[in-house]
Design a protein around this ligand. Structure first.
Ligand SMILES: C[S@@+](CC[C@H](N)C(=O)[O-])C[C@H]1O[C@@H](n2cnc3c(N)ncnc32)[C@H](O)[C@@H]1O
Length: 213
C-alpha cells in the first residue's frame, strides 16, 4: 500500500512548522481541560511506577515540556524534522527524535506511558490498527495511553498552512466509539473518555486506555 499520505504529512508540517508552533503557543495556559488531562496522565504514570514516556507526534514540544514540569520523564517523537528542530530549539534540555508512529523505533515494553495528542488524526483508517499495535508493543504492562483527536465523521483536506504556504494534509475526524473499538482490537482496555467542546463544529476527545494484562 502506498504511503504517499505519510510523505505529504511530513512535507506539510515541515513547511508549516513555525506557523503551527505560533498557533499553539500558550494553548495549554488557556485550556484547563487539557492541563487536567495531562496532570491525570502524569499521576497515572507515577502510580504505575514511572519511567520514560513517549509524546508521539509531539509537534513543537509544549506538551512534552508540560509533562516534564509535572515530573514525567517525557521525550518527543515527530514525523517532521522541522517540527523537531523547533522543539529542540525551544526545549534544549529535553529529548526529541524524528520518527513515525507507523514504525516506532523503540524496543518492546520500553515506555511507561504514551501520549498522542491530535497526531493520529493524520493516520488514514487503514493504517490506524497498525499504529495502535505499535503503541501496544512499546508500552509496558500497566502503562497508560492518552490519545486526543478531532471528533466527527469527515476528513478535512488542507491546502494552505498557517503561514499561507501551500501544504497537502488530511485530518481524519472520528467518533470516540470508533477509536475505542480500534484500541480494544489492539489489546487495550478503555478507562476514560473526555469529550471537549461538544457543541462546537469540531469537538475534541481524549481517551485513556491501558494494555490488557
Ligand atoms: C496537529 S499536530 C499536534 C502536535 C502536538 N501533539 C499538539 O498537540 O499540538 C500533529 C503532529 O503530528 C505529527 N505527525 C503526523 N503524522 C505522524 C506520524 N506518522 N508519526 C509521528 N508524528 C506524526 C505532525 O508532524 C505534527 O507535528
Amino acid at each position: 500500500m502506498s504511503d504517499d499520505w505519510l510523505s505529504r504529512t511530513r512535507a506539510s508540517y515541515d513547511t508549516d512548522a513555525s506557523g503551527y508552533a505560533e498557533k499553539v503557543d500558550g494553548l495549554l495556559e488557556g485550556n484547563p481541560y487539557l492541563r487536567a488531562s495531562l496532570a491525570l496522565f502524569a499521576e497515572l504514570v507515577a502510580e504505575a511506577g514511572g519511567g520514560p514516556v513517549a509524546d508521539v507526534g509531539c509537534g513543537p514540544g509544549y506538551v512534552t515540556r508540560r509533562l516534564n514540569d509535572l515530573g514525567v520523564d517525557a521525550f518527543g517523537i515527530d514525523l517532521s524534522p522541522e517540527m523537531i528542530a523547533i522543539a529542540r530549539r525551544d526545549h534544549p534540555d529535553l529529548r526529541f527524535e524524528v520518527g513515525t508512529m507507523t514504525d516506532l523505533d523503540l524496543p518492546d515494553h520500553s515506555v511507561a506511558g504514551l501520549l498522542a495528542f491530535w497526531s493520529v488524526i493524520h493516520i488514514p483508517d487503514h493504517a490506524v490498527p497498525g499504529v495502535f499495535a505499535q503503541f501496544r508493543r512499546v508500552l509496558r504492562p500497566g502503562g497508560p495511553l492518552l490519545v486526543g483527536f478531532h471528533v466527527g465523521d469527515r476528513t478535512r483536506h488542507r491546502t494552505e498552512g498557517y503561514t499561507g504556504r501551500p501544504i497537502s494534509v488530511d485530518s481524519h475526524h472520528r467518533r470516540p466509539a470508533q477509536v475505542a473499538r480500534w484500541l480494544r482490537e489492539a489489546g487495550f482496555a478503555i478507562e476514560a473518555e473526555l469529550l471537549l467542546r461538544p457543541d462546537d463544529d469540531v469537538p475534541g476527545a481524549i481517551l485513556l486506555a491501558r494494555p490488557h494484562p
